[in-house]
Design a protein. Structure first.
Length: 277
């Protein structure tokens, strides 16, 4: 009954967008607290979008409503990739939000229309499109993912050194026996970017505020090895990364997103985002 009431509340927010209490995870300074009794399963929503896609702002609002409901356990990522008529630039839509990695992900998962998304990349198969989901389905899928078992907890920190060097440290702590290898991905996203967007009523909003925009990958698109089967609770995994910080990005509006996934089925086991210092 509680879950039903929660889902009804989220659907109401998609229409009326009232604010709700934010449920925050514990933090240790700038590093997310990941002791097994405190960290819970988080959700990555990969939102394939475009600034010339008139229904895409509805998907962005859906993520906002879920963040209002679940706080930092929902991590949105706006991937500007898809048909060129939605993502290309012109005089009215001058900002190029696309990235090579975003296009690679879009091509691999076959998301050829917008808006569409994936929630922790659940239900992926080599053929078919069961991993795609409309934004109207994200509340139900997010609730199911949040209630599922946490298999690995994560910690991370991100620091810019000498203005252009980005250093990221990540640690993982298995919470259950893991009988498959793990891969880790690190990327940067930025919010509060003002740039034109086509709106649902076919008007152009020149002051639209873009949120959760994928800026760049620190790893390559599919990441790097993070652990080899078997792994058990008590094991500690770690990896450090060095990337380039673009000085046009605003640190206060940016975050490093770190996720670990099963490379055999691409399912995301855990995701966190941390501020860039």
């Amino acid at each position: 009954m509680k879950q039903l009431l929660l889902l009804l509340g989220i659907f109401t927010m998609l229409v009326m967008t009232p604010s709700c209490d934010v449920i925050d995870q514990p933090f240790k300074g700038n590093i997310q607290d990941t002791t097994s009794t405190q960290q819970q399963r988080n959700v990555l929503i990969e939102d394939f979008t475009g600034h010339r896609c008139k229904n895409c702002p509805k998907a962005s609002k859906a993520i906002e409503a879920l963040v209002d409901a679940y706080g930092s356990r929902i991590i949105g990522l706006a991937i500007h990739a898809g048909p060129g008529n939605f993502t290309n630039t012109n005089t009215d839509y001058p900002t190029d939000f696309t990235t090579p990695e975003g296009k690679t992900i879009q091509n691999f998962f076959g998301t050829n229309f917008l808006p569409v998304g994936m929630v922790n990349r659940e239900n992926w198969t080599a053929s078919g499109n069961g991993h795609w989901s409309a934004y109207t389905n994200w509340p139900t899928l997010s609730s199911e993912a949040i209630d599922s078992t946490l298999h690995i907890a994560l910690e991370a920190s991100a620091t810019v050194v000498n203005d252009t060097v980005l250093e990221i440290d990540a640690e993982g702590f298995p919470q259950t026996p893991l009988l498959h290898d793990l891969s880790i991905v690190v990327l940067i996203k930025e919010s509060a970017i003002v740039s034109p967007q086509l709106m649902p009523d076919d008007t152009r909003d020149s002051s639209y505020v873009h949120m959760n925009v994928l800026r760049d990958f620190v790893t390559d698109t599919w990441g790097t090895s993070f652990g080899t089967s078997p792994m058990v609770p008590g094991d500690e995994l770690s990896k450090s990364f060095v990337g380039t910080w673009n000085t046009s990005w605003i640190k206060a509006n940016a975050a490093a997103v770190v996720y670990v996934y099963n490379p055999t089925n691409y399912r995301i086991l855990q995701v966190i985002e941390v501020p860039v210092n």
